[in-house]
Ligand binder design. Structure first.
Ligand code: B12
Length: 226
């Protein structure tokens, strides 16, 4: 089997290229075997998430932008990725848990939910209860979930900057109801030094309880710091 050739504790280039090829081909079986095999070999979940799954999805986006893969292939890759994340789930629950809760939601009209799901998993991996509400979360639904579950943190995910007005009304509503609740912000929309940076800085100025995390590594530092 191809993965056995690559025995390092990180994701090797050969493993990544094989995974990408199989993901684009829609070969769920091979992708699942490859992920499970790497985990059995002791590769960390973080490496699987970032260096395999996320890296491959970013590449799918680049190929789609260049018309090198179809929209259907992109949808298939997303569905395969979500299946793989679901298969990893039992390992997340194996960790001892604290009485801390995080709710992660994509803002209204935001359909990119894989990153948000990974973030909720990451909380889980660090002993929190991480609830991912998925794509396009209605503000009223989020508010009632906050009331019900009384989370320690709410994380909002946004990949497309044009969804900013929806984020703004969601933030205003959360702030009105729960002014001291700690809020995390993340997603591709805020990356880089241009418009995304300006947007996140303006929002953090307006809402002092809002913290931006550029990556899972930054989030990990926060989660392990105390
Ligand atoms: C898969 C995909 C889709 C799927 C999503 C399916 C799903 N189930 O999620 C579908 C088909 C729905 C889709 C639709 C569209 N997409 Co799209 N999509 C992608 C793609 C290829 C991968 C996204 C992904 O899964 N990334 C992997 C995850 C793990 O990474 P991530 O989201 O960045 O998340 C990480 C961090 O950002 C961070 N993070 C994320 N959220 C949060 C939250 C918190 C609190 C924290 C702390 C951290 C954090 O942690 C995560 C883990 O490290 C990207 C390419 C890319 N570069 O991302 C394009 C991409 C984002 N899409 C793009 C576009 C244009 C669209 C459409 C507008 C296309 C269209 N014309 O219809 C629509 C818009 C839909 C909408 N309104 O949301 C563009 C956006 C370009 C831009 N200028 O903004 C991209 C970049 C593709 C490209 N190269 O052009 N897409």
């Amino acid at each position: 089997m191809t993965v056995a050739l690559d025995t390092s504790s990180s994701i090797g280039e050969f493993c990544y290229q094989t995974y990408l090829e199989k993901l684009l081909a829609g070969d769920r079986h091979h992708c699942a075997d490859l992920v499970q095999e790497r985990l059995r070999q002791g590769v960390t979940l973080k490496a699987v998430y970032l260096d395999l799954i996320q890296r491959a999805m970013y590449e799918v986006g680049t190929l789609w932008e260049r018309n090198a893969v179809s929209i259907a292939a992109e949808h298939l890759a997303s569905a395969t990725t979500e299946l793989l994340l679901a298969q990893i789930y039992p390992q997340l629950f194996a960790q001892p848990h604290k009485n801390l809760r995080a709710i992660i939601a994509c803002v209204p009209r935001e359909y990119h939910q894989i990153g948000a799901r990974m973030v909720a998993d990451f909380f889980e991996l660090h002993g929190w209860h991480g609830f991912s509400l998925g794509a396009n979360t209605p503000t009223a639904a989020l508010i009632s979930m906050i009331r019900e579950r009384d989370p320690d943190v709410v994380g909002l995910s946004m990949s497309l900057l044009f969804n900013r007005p929806h984020l703004e009304s969601m933030l205003a509503e959360i702030n009105r109801e729960f002014p001291t609740l700690e809020l995390f912000l993340g997603g591709r929309a805020f990356s880089g030094d241009g418009a995304g940076k300006q947007a996140r800085e303006e929002l953090m100025q307006r809402y002092p309880q809002l913290v931006y995390f550029a990556s899972l590594n930054e989030l990990e530092s926060y989660l392990t710091s105390g």
